[in-house]
Ligand binder design. Structure first.
Ligand code: HEM
Length: 233
């Protein structure tokens, strides 16, 4: 606990912690998206993949606990950095007109809050199935939990699909700025590197948004076959 306090009290420590935990979360996002894109391979592929993940409870829980720690430390270091920045400039600028900024850079806290709200809903939706308890009864032809039907049925509702699309685009904006500013705040940026880092962060964030929104959009357009369904309230 003491090392954490030491890290968090120094600005560079908080920045490094934020970068390291952010990297872990981005790696999770890439892996999660690649896994989920198996939706396009059909029910057998996606359900087999989900069953495989759940067949190793020890690994699953080690990863889950690591992710929970990363999320908490990421949020803590972001709060700490905001406080340190405010302390460095106790009175706000009279005229707050940024010279070089984007919507993404000015709204990091807001987009971060949307991502947190999205993840909370997403866990209640697909992991705990608390928003739709009837999903728990879905089984495929092999007796496995039918993740495929759960996802397709959810995204057939334009309200749910629309909310996912909006949240995923905001997550993309958050990531786009976060990746670039990580290089900047760790002192790894140079005028030569700047265009490369900008292009790289846009490409990675863009890829994550496109890969993720492809799923609700494809379901809404009827491009993904529907299998069984449950009666939703
Ligand atoms: C359209 C995009 C997405 C789809 C279709 C999707 C699908 C799923 C599904 C089906 C599960 C439950 C897996 C299972 O229990 O077998 C899940 C869990 C999860 N998702 Fe997503 N997801 C998407 C995007 C995201 C995003 C953008 C994030 C993070 C910002 C995220 C974070 C998580 C987390 C943390 C879990 C819990 C993993 C666990 O059980 O340990 N997902 N997702």
């Amino acid at each position: 606990m003491r090392w954490l306090m030491n890290v968090l009290t120094s600005s560079i420590g908080a920045k490094a912690l934020m970068a390291a935990t952010g990297l872990i979360l981005v790696l999770f996002l890439v892996g999660h998206m690649v896994g989920n894109l198996q939706l396009f391979g059909g029910p057998d592929m996606l359900n087999g993949y989900a069953e495989f993940l759940h067949s190793k409870p020890l690994v699953l829980w080690v990863v889950r606990l690591g992710m929970i720690a990363a999320v908490l430390l990421h949020i803590l270091s972001s709060i700490r950095l905001t406080l340190l920045n405010n302390r460095a400039r106790p009175t706000a600028y009279k005229l707050k007109r940024p010279i070089s900024s984007t919507f993404a850079s000015r709204n990091m806290f807001l987009t971060g809050l949307v991502v947190a709200a999205f993840v909370t809903y997403h866990l209640l939706h697909f992991t705990f199935r608390a928003t739709h308890p009837a999903f728990a009864t879905l089984k495929d032809a092999h007796g496995r939990f039918d993740v495929y039907s759960m996802v397709v049925q959810s995204f057939s509702d334009p309200l749910i699909a629309g909310a996912y699309i909006v949240a995923l685009v905001l997550l993309g904006l958050h990531l786009w700025h976060a990746i670039g500013s990580t290089f900047q705040s760790l002192g790894l940026m140079s005028p030569k590197l700047q265009p490369i880092v900008s292009a790289m962060s846009l490409a990675l964030a863009g890829l994550l948004v496109l890969g993720n929104v492809a799923m609700p959009i494809a379901v809404l357009l009827g491009l993904v076959a529907r299998t069984q369904g449950v009666t939703l309230p």
